[in-house]
Unconditional design. Structure first.
Length: 548
């Protein structure tokens, strides 16, 4: 092995990280980590993440291209221009009951995939307004009478199929019942709310439906009065540990105060996780507003209240007919829309890459690599880094030659220098031969001469790359103690690299992969494969690049 550790080994890791993957790039959806609830937080990769985005309504009425100027490109706009990281997509009970099912599922899938591909999480909302097996809010004029059908049988059918289709995809959140409303006069009912206990039983039925059909997703539940009254939940919460409680709050003159919003919570804040899945107001540019307000009277105080409790939130509504509207008919922003956009932008991740939020454990190293000009990521639209992509030598050939020779470099015609079977890697063969002709590699094997395009990078080899990046191509590490790691005995096939592994660890180029519970010694995991995220870490440490 050591006879082939030449200049190629020094620069290959750098080249893995410093250019766009030309072929076999990981889909953006593969890089967006799943979500779960931990304590009071939504977490991704074990780190808290705050969701900020907008409501999109349904794919069939509000977003029908035959009537409205909306398209799947809206998701790219929201991700790249607004820096939103979540959207909420609705399906009405009447649609689930009466539409052609394959058409509905295909339309919903298109919207969900467009959002995920843009680097945003998705909330699926069953957009019912009413009480399970009881009151249903009357439909708006011109809409089907059963728009908000509150039958539990319809809801159960919907969530059975959603769990079967999307239950393993934890980038998707299930909002089980949009707005519970006990009766037409419920909003003016007296305190305390007597309805949470029976509502909880219905939620338990729907949660069991989701879980028994394979749904691992975060679940959203809420209280009464159009999801604006969460009293009773604190002392009698749902047992499922992957639940977050929704709050819907719009501007109401005379009630836009933190004291009123705290009252609505019923002591739930700081006890259970909460998300504001609808909020908004209508400013002076709206005639005859239903939710009159302004930046000063509602926008600023409400968003400051949300920030004080670190709440995730979604503004209502990315539309011009559905109010409060973020958009005008020409898709320019209303006054409220401009405020909401700036709020999302101001609270968005400062990360360059949509798949590397500031909460990502390797964010500062990936961002440092970009800031220093070492990488352009793995995708430009949207900007992605693909931190979980495992590094291989085929990618490195393109990266290194472009890095060494310039972006306009054209590789030579293939002459068959290497004896590899290039099936599946045909695109990389001219680049590999270009590396050989430029003296940048001697291959992975000399007799016969092979390049090994599919070979992936284990931690023990990454140790060599990092140390030679730090000290130069002639560097050789001191002899290892052989006793530093709990999992690296002389019998390990990778023991040839123990000197490099120990020194890389001692220099801080690669951290331990764990701690042995018996001895308390660090573990190195020499054969564990290195992805682009950890490659960024190694380069930043080796080159001593400044981190944000």
């Amino acid at each position: 092995m050591n006879r082939f550790i030449k200049f190629f080994l020094v620069v290959v890791l750098l080249s893995f990280i410093t250019a766009t993957i030309p072929v076999r790039a990981v889909s953006p959806t593969a890089a967006l980590p799943g979500l779960s609830i931990s304590g009071l937080n939504i977490v991704a990769n074990g780190q808290p993440i705050r969701l900020r985005g907008v409501n999109m309504a349904d794919p069939f009425w509000a977003r029908d291209p035959n009537f409205y100027n909306y398209s799947l490109a809206d998701y790219t706009t929201l991700s790249q221009t607004w820096h939103a990281n979540v959207v909420r997509i609705s399906i009405f009970p009447t649609q689930w009951k009466n539409m052609d099912r394959p058409t509905l599922l295909a339309g919903l899938s298109s919207e969900i995939n467009a959002a995920l591909d843009s680097g945003m999480y998705v909330i699926i909302s069953y957009h019912v307004i009413g009480w399970p097996d009881g009151y249903s809010q009357p439909a708006y004029p011109g809409n089907p009478a059963d728009t908000y059908d509150s039958s539990m049988s319809v809801a159960t059918s919907f969530w059975t199929q959603m769990a079967q289709i999307y239950g393993a995809d934890t980038r998707i959140i299930f909002d089980l019942w949009n707005e519970p409303v006990h009766d037409a006069m419920d909003y003016v009912g007296s305190d305390p709310n007597p309805y949470w206990a029976p509502l909880k039983a219905y939620y338990e039925t729907l949660i069991q439906t989701v879980r028994s059909n394979g749904g691992q997703n975060i679940i959203i539940a809420t209280g009464n009065r159009w999801a604006s009254w969460l009293v009773g939940i604190k002392d009698n919460p749902l047992a499922d540990s992957n639940v977050i409680y929704a709050y819907h709050k719009y501007s109401i003159n005379g009630l836009n105060t933190p004291a009123e919003w705290d009252k609505d919570m019923g002591g739930l804040l700081g006890v259970k996780p909460v998300i504001v899945s609808e909020w908004g107001y209508e400013d002076v540019d709206v005639s005859n507003p239903t939710w009159p307000g302004s930046e000063a009277s509602y926008g600023d105080p409400f968003t400051q209240w949300m920030d004080s409790h670190n709440l995730s939130s979604l503004a209502w509504m990315y539309h011009h007919d559905w109010t409060p509207a973020l958009l005008k008919a020409d898709k320019s922003l209303t006054l409220y829309g401009a405020f909401a956009q700036q709020y999302i932008l101001a609270n968005s991740s400062s990360s360059t890459f949509t798949d590397v939020p500031t909460t990502h454990p390797l964010y500062k190293y990936i961002q440092a690599l970009y800031d220093a000009g070492y990488t352009a990521g793995c995708s430009s639209s949207p900007m992605m880094f693909c931190p979980d992509t495992i590094l291989d030598r085929a990618q490195s050939a393109v990266f290194m030659l472009r890095g060494q020779m310039g972006s306009g470099y054209t590789p030579p015609a293939v002459t068959g220098i290497f004896g590899d079977n290039w099936t599946g890697f045909e695109w990389a063969q001219p680049w590999a031969e270009g590396m050989y002709q430029e003296g940048l590699t001697q291959g992975c094997q000399s007799s016969p001469l092979l390049f090994c395009p599919a070979n992936q990078l284990p931690r023990v080899e990454a140790s060599i790359f990092g140390l030679r990046m730090k000290y130069g191509v002639g560097y050789a590490p001191p002899a290892a103690s052989g006793t530093l790691f709990a999992d690296f005995p002389p019998s390990d096939p990778s023991y040839w690299g123990i000197d490099w592994a120990e020194q890389a660890y001692l220099d801080g180029l690669l951290p331990a992969c764990g701690t042995d519970s018996g001895t308390g010694k660090p573990m190195f995991c020499p054969s564990e494969l290195v992805n682009r995220g950890w490659g960024a870490y190694l380069i930043v440490k080796a080159k001593n690049l400044p981190t944000p």
